[in-house]
Write a protein that binds this ligand. Structure first.
Ligand code: DI6
Ligand code: FE
Length: 420
C-alpha cells in the first residue's frame, strides 16, 4: 500500500454524470471511461481515465471498480416530512370506501391525527418510526435529506421532531438539513385564533428553535387551508431577524402569491407551485429561488393542474424534485420514483429530473458544496448498474444502486435492520 499516494481512493471502470452546470448538450456532463479521485472527503480529480497523471495504484491508497456502471452525485431529497408518529393508511382506506375528507376530519383524522400521534411519541419512538422510511431513501443513493418539523406545532414537540431529525444523521450515513415548519397547520388549542398561533411562533417557538441551533431554514404552508400571505410574512420577518433562510409550500391548491412573497425574502425555494402564475415565476427568477416540484403529492391528490414547467424553463428558474414524504399527501419513500413521475407527469427530461435531485436540490437547501461531481466538492456519490443515466428516470420499481459514497466513505446502499 503506497503511503505517499496523493488520494485516499480512486474510482475507475465507470462513466460519470457530473451534473455540472456546464453539463453540455446531453445535460449530464457525461464522461466515458472516467476516473474520480477522492481526498479528505472531497473530489480531488474527475475526468477521463486517460487524463490520470499516473497509474491508479500509484495515485490512491484504495482503487475501486465501478463495474462498468455510472457514477452520479449522491441524490439529495430536499423536501420531506420524514419524522412523524403513526400513519394515515386507515384514512386512505376510509376515503376509498366513500368517507369524505370532512367526515374523517370530524372523526379526528387528517393532519391533526398525525399531530396527535406525534405529540404522543417520545424521541426513540419517532426515531424508530422514521428509520425504515429513511433507509428506503438511502438504498437509492440519497446522501443528503431535508427534514421538516410541523406535526408537533407546540414548542416542545416541534423541538423533539427536529432533535430526532438531527439524530438521523448520527445513526445513519446521511447529511440531514432541518427545517422548522411551525406554520403547517393550526393546532387544536388555537382553533379560532390563527393570528394568536403566529404570535406564539414568532415570540416563542421559532426563537427557541433558532437559539438551540435546531433549524437550518424556516418553511410555512401558505394556503387557504394553511396560513395567509400576511401570516406567512410575519413568520418570514422573524426568520430574517434570526438570520434563517426561508422556503415555502406555495400555490399548491390555489394561487395566493406565496411564491412572490418567498422571492421577496430571497428565499431558497417555492415548493409544489402547481397554481403558480407567470408573475410568480418571474419573481422567482429574479431572486434565484428554486422551484421544488413534488410529483408524489400531485399523484396522491390526483391533481390535474400542472406546475408551469415551460414558464419556469423560459425564465431560467432551477427546478428541483423531491418526495415530499408525508403521511397525508405523499407517503413516498422512493426518490427514483419521483424521477419517473417528474418526467411522465410534468414532462421533465430525464437529465432535468436528475439535475432536480442533485445540483438544483442542493441549491434549494442553500448548499453549494455538493450536487455535482467537480474538484473541491464533497465526495457524496452514487454508483449505478445502468448503461445510460436516462434509466434512472425510466425504470419503475427497480433500484440499480450498487454503491454509495458519503464524504469519501464508501458503503453498501442497503442499510441493515432498523435499529438505531
Ligand atoms: N402540504 C401537503 O400536501 C402536506 N403538507 C403540506 O404543507 C399535507 C400534510 C398532511 O396531510 O399530513
Ligand atoms: Fe411538504
Amino acid at each position: 500500500m503506497p503511503t505517499s499516494a496523493p488520494w485516499d481512493s480512486l474510482w475507475i471502470d465507470l462513466s460519470v454524470a457530473t451534473m455540472d452546470s456546464k453539463a453540455g448538450p446531453d445535460g449530464y456532463g457525461a464522461i466515458a471511461d472516467a476516473a474520480v479521485g477522492i481526498k479528505d472527503g472531497r473530489i480531488a480529480f474527475v475526468g477521463p481515465r486517460s487524463a490520470l497523471p499516473d497509474a491508479p495504484d500509484a495515485l490512491a491508497t484504495e482503487v475501486q471498480s465501478g463495474g462498468g456502471g455510472w457514477m452520479t452525485p449522491g441524490l439529495i431529497d430536499c423536501h420531506t416530512h420524514l419524522v412523524y408518529g403513526g400513519n394515515r393508511a386507515r384514512e386512505f382506506e376510509m376515503r376509498l370506501n366513500g368517507a369524505t375528507y370532512e367526515e374523517i376530519a370530524r372523526a379526528g383524522g387528517g393532519i391533526l391525527s398525525t399531530v396527535t400521534a406525534t405529540r404522543a411519541a417520545d424521541e426513540d419512538t419517532l426515531l424508530a418510526a422514521t428509520l425504515p422510511r429513511l433507509d428506503s431513501l438511502l438504498a437509492e443513493g440519497v446522501t443528503t435529506v431535508e427534514v421538516k418539523s410541523g406535526y408537533g406545532l407546540d414548542t416542545e414537540t416541534e423541538t423533539r421532531m427536529l432533535c430526532v431529525a438531527r439524530r438521523l444523521g448520527q445513526v445513519r450515513p446521511v447529511e440531514v438539513r432541518t427545517t422548522y415548519l411551525g406554520a403547517h397547520a393550526l393546532p387544536p388549542e388555537f382553533r379560532n385564533d390563527p393570528d394568536g398561533y403566529i404570535d406564539r411562533i414568532c415570540a416563542e417557538t421559532l426563537p427557541a428553535i433558532a437559539e438551540a441551533g435546531l433549524a437550518d431554514a424556516v418553511d410555512a404552508f401558505c394556503e387557504g387551508i394553511g396560513f395567509s400571505v400576511a401570516q406567512t410574512r410575519r413568520v418570514f420577518e422573524t426568520a430574517r431577524r434570526l438570520r434563517l433562510p426561508v422556503k415555502l409550500h406555495a400555490e399548491q391548491l390555489s394561487n395566493l402569491g406565496g411564491a412572490k412573497l418567498v422571492a421577496e425574502f430571497g428565499g431558497l425555494s417555492a415548493d409544489h407551485i402547481e397554481h403558480l402564475d407567470e408573475d410568480g415565476v418571474a419573481a422567482m427568477a429574479r431572486a434565484g429561488t428554486v422551484a421544488v416540484l413534488l410529483p408524489g403529492a400531485f399523484y396522491a391528490l390526483r391533481e390535474t393542474k400542472m406546475p408551469p414547467i415551460d414558464a419556469l424553463r423560459r425564465h431560467g428558474v432551477a427546478m428541483a424534485l423531491s418526495t415530499d414524504n408525508n403521511p397525508g399527501t405523499s407517503p413516498v419513500c422512493s426518490l427514483l420514483l419521483m424521477l419517473s413521475m417528474g418526467c411522465t407527469f410534468f414532462r421533465l427530461t430525464p437529465a432535468e429530473a436528475l439535475a432536480g435531485v442533485t445540483r438544483h436540490a442542493a441549491t434549494a437547501l442553500g448548499l453549494d458544496d455538493r450536487g455535482v461531481i467537480a474538484p473541491g466538492k464533497r465526495a457524496d456519490l452514487a454508483v449505478w448498474r445502468i448503461e445510460h443515466p436516462a434509466e434512472l428516470a425510466y425504470a419503475i420499481g427497480l433500484n440499480p444502486c450498487v454503491a454509495v459514497v458519503n464524504a469519501g466513505v464508501a458503503r453498501s446502499p442497503r442499510i441493515g435492520g432498523t435499529a438505531a
